[in-house]
Design a protein around this ligand. Structure first.
Ligand SMILES: *Cc1c(COP(=O)(O)O)cnc(C)c1O
Length: 231
């Protein structure tokens, strides 16, 4: 079941990439494992996939202890509280949800203290929905400018969650805006960092995201089924 779903998603990525003249290998698949048990995560990793994402630090920490035997990379994709940066550094390979200066500073202080580095993406709220985390698009370049001198945080690109609507044009407009911001960041700060990662697209809007340049899609329910727990 899980393996079949992953195969189907991979097939879709291939087809959409081909349709819009992109290479499928330029698009990474991140399996969103929130609310999914370690047993089922292991089934997914057994297919050869290596990238997973969690949106809550407590859940991420709890499950990682059961997944140590399986090689994989884990990304933090949910809102990160400043008092959880220690756990994030200990367990996540990349934080996709950097979205405010206070968090950035706390994270960097802790990285200095531990003599560590971490990869990160800047989360941008392209749809301006108040329920969503993410820096406002018009603030994104300012925040990037603040992060760049902090050498323990390796900013590698941008992340967003598509608009929560059935209107494909609205969703597409948001993804396009993220790509424009990436281009602006590259033009302005490309000498200091590489902003090649565009994390956008989930089960419901993956196709649009790939058409608009996504390099990392985050897929949960299309692989593991609809979540019944609150997230
Ligand atoms: C839950 C979640 C996803 C995956 O959503 P699906 O619709 O289940 O594919 C992707 N990104 C983030 C940040 C999430 O919280």
């Amino acid at each position: 079941m899980i393996a079949n779903n992953i195969q189907r998603i991979r097939q879709q990525i291939n087809e959409v990439a081909q349709d819009c003249g992109r290479k499928a290998e330029d698009i990474r698949l991140l399996m969103v494992t929130k609310t999914v048990s370690p047993e089922r995560i292991k089934q997914a990793l057994a297919t050869g996939e290596t990238l997973i994402g969690e949106n809550k630090i407590q859940e991420l920490v709890k499950k990682q202890d059961e997944l140590t035997a399986v090689a994989h990379e884990v990304h933090m994709i949910g809102h990160l509280q400043t008092n959880k940066v220690k756990e994030a550094i200990a367990y996540a390979d990349c934080i996709q949800s950097l979205d405010r200066l206070r968090l950035v500073k706390r994270l960097h202080n802790r990285l200095e203290f531990e003599n560590k580095n971490i990869k990160a993406l800047l989360q941008v709220n392209v749809s301006a929905e108040t329920a969503k985390s993410g820096v406002a698009p018009e603030q994104a370049l300012n925040l990037i400018k603040e992060i760049l001198p902090l050498e323990r945080i390796h900013l590698t690109g941008l992340m967003t969650i598509g608009a929560n609507t059935d209107d494909e044009n609205d969703i597409r407009r948001g993804f396009r805006l993220l790509r424009q911001l990436q281009q602006q960041a590259q033009d302005k700060y490309g000498d200091y960092s590489d902003f090649s990662v565009l994390s956008m697209g989930m089960s419901g809007d993956m196709r649009i995201a790939i058409e608009e340049g996504s390099t990392l899609v985050r897929v949960g329910s299309a692989i593991f089924g609809v979540r019944t727990e609150m997230v």
